[in-house]
Write a protein that binds this ligand. Sequence first.
Ligand SMILES: C[S@@+](CC[C@H](N)C(=O)[O-])C[C@H]1O[C@@H](n2cnc3c(N)ncnc32)[C@H](O)[C@@H]1O
Length: 218
Amino acid sequence: MNEWDNRAAYYRASPTHAEGDDLDQVVAWCEPGPGVTALDVASGGGHVTRRLRELGCVVTSCDLAAGMQPDVVCQAEGLAFADTSFEVVVCRLAVHHFRDPAQAVREMARVSRRLVVIEDTLLLDERVQEAERLRDSTHVSHYSREELLRMLAEAGLRPLAEAELAKRHEMDDWLSATGCAGDTAATVRRLLAHVSSPDERSWTDTKIVLKAEKTERR
Ligand SMILES: C[S@@+](CC[C@H](N)C(=O)[O-])C[C@H]1O[C@@H](n2cnc3c(N)ncnc32)[C@H](O)[C@@H]1O
């Protein structure tokens, strides 16, 4: 069992992942409807998959961790699907875990017939980035809006819409989700002081949701 498999129950139950304006925005921009084919990349607890299925989409979920119980186990950087297999490809809150995010975005563009919808946390500053890495060894990097837009452009994707939404995290729950405790947790709290609530019980980041379409239909 890898680190991700151990977190499957957390991701399934986590309110941060299961609900929110950001999830609503991602779902709406997938243009869901009966029979629309969709691929949910790095599906985790399966919240995007569930919501799109409720709206009649035919969804395939994929994730590198078998413990997340996706339909297909594969890496985002090497999607196990033929070119143009899905009308929409969606990836929520996972790009910051990828070793090669640009390659993952190219793969999303390759297997999409039309739309790609991506949500991730926006890069704020190095204090937050360091806190994220200390709290979670699977955190690779956050990216700026410009870096994400460049990845889309290099993959042959044209932005259609973008939104930025604040997301609040309960500090204790967020730290315990990855077993972050003791001195490390104290350091993380200190690093996040500038984005924490006055009582330090929560902190807030910004999510960006990008909707893009392929510039060339294959
Ligand atoms: C924060 S969870 C995703 C949350 C989910 N998309 C949602 O909306 O609730 C991150 C997921 O990314 C997966 N993951 C990490 N690196 C990956 C990679 N290179 N390829 C595919 N999946 C990956 C993990 O197994 C985990 O399930």
